[in-house]
Design a protein around this ligand. Structure first.
Ligand code: FAD
Ligand code: UDP
Length: 374
């Protein structure tokens, strides 16, 4: 083998495909018993297509990324919508991102677009500079809306206050004064028409690619005979946590099938900013368009990392970024190892950003003559 790729998620699979097409022989391993990384989907016991590691909705503004993935999948157009229930006692649900409808329903108003803009201008607390996620939210919608929709959710999701997280986290959620209730506004929004796992099967289906699941890097490193390693797991783990553990946030996924229930909730995801241990419930049939007499849902329960738990989210704040930089400096001294992906680059990446990063890095390797021709 020329290259060992650790991790069969988007980072590993896209890099494997690119290097294989350039003539390298590639071995992809994953410690999990399947390919796809966190985007892995499967039929549950009742035959509903579910995402094992939480809802994955594909969206991108990159024509290049969309065109690339289109080589390996057809698409089902899908625009994600989210409702938030700030108070489970009333059960009242409001569109998120906050938009004109959210304001009118929450406050019993009848604002037009200009009225919604004027309302937000009155309640917002201008911040300069904007550093933390608290700054971002207060600056755009003020304290009452922050407490209703953001503070409790964020505390649950991260175990941290909004003020302890970089601005980029809350900035993922825009504020609108019109009635657009889509979660994303990207140019391309669609789901792989036969699911993510099928997409990965096609990505990895190349004569130069060998895939072995259920094998951890640690089990193979001593005997692997490869000239280069592409590592897509946690960067601090690769270096034996030399500078201490990089913080990641974990999640527990509570899957359930509801027999005979055609539809559990009106939209793909309902967020619970304040009540309940879980942050959100996703009903997969909205995402996939599958017809089935019953329905399957997942609740996400955030938790700290513990023995055996998976690292799902890097936690963006200045202290963690500084620790990551120390690992990144170590990584630069490893001449035959490349680090790509959400865990290896410690970036709160969406799928399309991981694909873009993997394409850029593998093309760099190929064009710099570093690709090892078989
Ligand atoms: P991963 O998918 O995590 O793959 C890394 C792989 O490496 C894993 O399979 C792991 O088992 C393996 N590995 C790690 N260490 C080792 C080791 N030592 N030995 C062997 N194998 C190892 N993005 C979107 O664009 N839209 C969404 O709607 C969306 N929703 C999300 C919801 C949740 C709950 C989560 C957690 C993420 C979501 N994402 C979403 C982000 C998306 O999952 C990631 O951007 C993408 O999957 C990252 O790909 P990756 O290859 O970098 O990492
Ligand atoms: N967020 C929030 N309330 C919500 C939804 C999001 O406070 O109802 C904040 C929270 O900090 C969350 C971040 O915005 O972690 C990003 O939300 P997103 O839905 O993008 O998170 P992901 O899908 O990546 O878990």
């Amino acid at each position: 083998m020329d290259t060992l790729i650790v991790g069969a998620g988007f980072a590993g699979a896209v890099t494997a495909r690119e290097l294989a097409e350039a003539g390298e022989r590639v071995l992809v391993i994953d410690k999990r018993p399947h390919i796809g990384g966190n985007a892995f989907d499967r039929l549950d016991a009742d035959g509903v297509l579910v995402h094992q590691y939480g809802p994955h909705i594909f969206h991108t503004n990159s024509e290049r990324v969309f065109a690339y993935l289109s080589r390996f999948t057809g698409w089902r157009p899908y625009e994600h919508r989210v409702l938030a229930v700030p108070d489970a006692a009333t059960g009242a649900a409001y569109p998120l991102p906050i938009n004109r409808t959210t304001l009118n329903r929450l406050y019993g108003l009848d604002l037009d677009e200009a009225g919604a803009a004027a309302f937000l201008e009155r309640v917002r607390e201008p911040k300069d500079p904007i550093r933390t996620s608290e700054d971002v939210v207060l600056n755009s919608v003020g304290r009452a809306l922050c407490d209703a929709f953001f503070r409790g959710y964020t505390k649950k999701q991260w175990g941290l206050d909004l003020s302890e997280l970089a601005g980029g986290v809350a900035a993922r959620i825009p504020t609108r004064t019109n009635d657009d209730d889509r979660y994303f506004t990207d140019r391309f929004q669609a789901m792989p028409d036969q699911g993510y796992t099928k997409l990965f099967e096609r990505l990895l289906d190349h004569p130069n690619i060998q895939v072995r699941t259920g094998i951890a890097y640690q089990q193979i490193v001593a005997t692997a005979d490869c000239r280069r390693t592409v590592f897509t797991g946690p960067i601090d783990e690769y270096f034996g946590h030399r500078y201490g553990a990089l913080p990641y946030r974990s999640l527990r996924f509570e899957h359930a099938h509801l027999p005979g229930v055609a539809q559990h909730q009106p939209v793909g995801t309902v967020n619970y900013p304040n009540d309940h241990a879980y942050t959100r419930i996703t009903e997969f049939k909205h995402l996939t368009g599958q017809q089935h007499a019953g329905t399957s849902i997942v609740r996400e329960i955030p938790c700290a990392m513990g023995p055996g738990s998976d690292p799902y989210y890097p936690i963006p704040n200045p202290a963690n970024e500084a620790l990551f930089k120390r690992y990144e400096a170590l990584a630069e001294t490893e001449s035959d190892v490349v680090f790509i992906g959400r865990l290896a680059q410690y970036r709160y990446y969406n799928m399309d950003q991981v694909v873009a990063a993997a394409l850029a890095t593998s093309r760099q390797l190929i064009h710099s003559g570093e690709a090892v021709a078989a």
